[in-house]
Structure formats: C-alpha cells, structure tokens
Write a protein that binds this ligand. Structure first.
Ligand code: CA2
Length: 150
C-alpha cells in the first residue's frame, strides 16, 4: 500500500464555480485541489487530482490506482454515478478502497440521482457538504492508512 490518493472527478466538474453555485457552491476544482494539497501535505499523503468528461478515462485511472496499490481513490463520478456499469465493474476489479463523494446530496434532488452504481462497491459515501465533502473523504483515507477506519 502506498501513500497515494487519486482524486478522480467526472463530467462537467471542470465547470465548478461558474454555474449553479446554489447547488455546487462557489469553489472551483482548482481551489478544491489547492485546499486538498495543503491538507494532504499535513497528513503526509500524496494526492493526484484529475478530471475527465470521458467515462473510459475514469475506468483507466481506477485501473492505474489498482496497479499502483494506492491507499484510496476519492471519486466524484458526476452524472456517471447514476449510469455507469463500467465504473462499477472497475471499482470491483481493484483492491483499493474507493470513497464516493458528492458536493450536493443526490438523495435530496431529482429521483434519477437517487440511484448510485458506485455506492454498492464503495468503501463509504460522503455527500452534501460542498467542497468539504472532499476534505472529509481525505480524512477518511488517512484513517484507512492508520487502520482506524472500519
Ligand atoms: O453533487 C455532486 O457532486 C454530483 O456528483 C455532481 C454531478 C451530478 O450529476 C451528480 O448527480 C451529483 C454534476 C456535476 C456538474 O457540475 C456542474 C458544475 C457547474 C455547472 C454545471 C455543472
């Protein structure tokens, strides 16, 4: 197991901070990355934050996390959360805990967001806290390293 945490972000999350701030907040993905970087340094964890609008990139990066024996993956799969069997299968194929995160609380939104293909294969889920969802997930990843998370 390494000290590497991949922070993977799916479609449209590159637009964060530009629209729908009432749902997703004012933070941009760059500002989230900067805050996570500081937090990771304090925790002695290496993070690598990526975003793609393409499902296959997320699948490839999950495989990479498995190949590199990452400590954890923090995954906001965006809308693919609600559709992607490919991402579900990729998570099952790796021996790395995946922490599902969302800025919003999908269960408090439209019915089509109430199904997650990620949750059944995730170590845990954190949603509804805006950018803080990512910070909470990184804390959870650090706890996994120390063996203090279940
Ligand atoms: O709450 C979350 O983090 C979501 O994963 C965000 C996804 C949504 O499809 C999920 O149901 C919940 C959408 C991300 C789109 O982000 C935008 C940001 C600014 C402007 C437009 C879209």
């Amino acid at each position: 197991m390494s000290d590497l945490v991949l922070v993977l972000n799916g479609p449209n999350l590159n637009l964060l901070g530009s629209r729908e701030p009432h749902i997703y907040g004012h933070d941009t993905l760059d500002s989230i990355a900067a805050a996570l970087s500081d937090q990771a340094e304090a925790l002695g964890i290496e993070i690598d934050l990526r975003q793609s609008n393409h499902e296959g990139h997320l699948v490839d990066w999950l495989h990479e996390a498995g190949g590199r024996s990452a400590l954890a993956v923090i995954l906001n799969a965006g809308a693919y959360t609600h559709t992607s069997v490919a991402i579900h299968d990729a998570i099952k194929a790796i021996a790395v805990p995946v922490i599902e995160v969302h800025l919003s609380n999908p269960h408090a939104r439209e019915a089509f967001r109430h199904t997650s293909f990620i949750s059944p294969v995730a170590k845990g889920v954190i949603s509804g806290f805006g950018a803080r969802s990512y910070a909470l997930a990184l804390d959870a990843a650090a706890a996994l390293r120390q063996g203090t998370a279940q």
